[in-house]
Ligand binder design. Structure first.
Ligand SMILES: Nc1ncnc2c1ncn2[C@@H]1O[C@H](COP(=O)(O)OP(=O)(O)O)[C@@H](O)[C@H]1O
Ligand SMILES: [Mg+2]
Length: 150
């Protein structure tokens, strides 16, 4: 288990892509429909890798989860659907309003938002905040915070 109900923040380190995926999968198994996981961390930190782990826990082939090209929100059917948003290409914060991210939790799936740093300051929809930091080489520090008591 990566977190106990009485622990709001969990800190982990990984030394491989596979390790990051595994932590994503463990979190994925604990998620409920309507949850929104906000991912923070720079380019190449492992946000998409982490999302692949979440996807695998939902019965979605991890190969289906890719870095965003033109799509800002990719929808993947699964045991629970996954809505994968990537705000990297957002140029104007007003564009985020058009994504309707607030509407996703009501659609019965799990939402994952990469580059959550770009969310408007007043966005309060993250049920989980995951911060991935590059320590050195392949080592990553992953801090998982449950943002709301549900
Ligand atoms: N421990 C690790 N966890 C995740 N990715 C790692 C790790 N070590 C090396 N990598 C590499 O870092 C890159 C992470 O890419 P990606 O998940 O697309 O990053 P982001 O979505 O944060 O920009 C991949 O090329 C992956 O192989
Ligand atoms: Mg990415």
């Amino acid at each position: 288990m990566i977190s106990r109900p009485d622990e709001k923040v969990t800190r982990l380190t990984t030394k491989s892509e596979a390790g990051t995926k595994k932590i994503g999968a463990q979190l994925g198994h604990s998620l409920k429909p309507g949850d929104t996981v906000c991912l923070y961390g720079g380019l190449g930190s492992g946000k998409t890798v982490f999302t692949k782990g979440i996807a695998s826990a939902l019965g979605i082939p991890e190969a289906d989860v890719t870095s965003a090209s033109f799509l800002l929100v990719a929808e993947h059917p699964g045991r629970v659907p996954l809505y994968h948003a990537d705000l990297y290409r957002i140029e104007d914060p007003a564009q985020i309003d058009f994504l309707g991210l607030e509407e996703y939790p009501a659609m019965g799936g799990i939402t994952v938002i990469e580059w959550a740093e770009r969310l408007p300051e007043d966005f309060d929809g993250c049920t989980h905040k995951v911060r991935i930091g590059i320590v050195r080489g392949r080592q990553r520090e992953i801090i998982i915070e449950r943002a709301h008591e549900l």
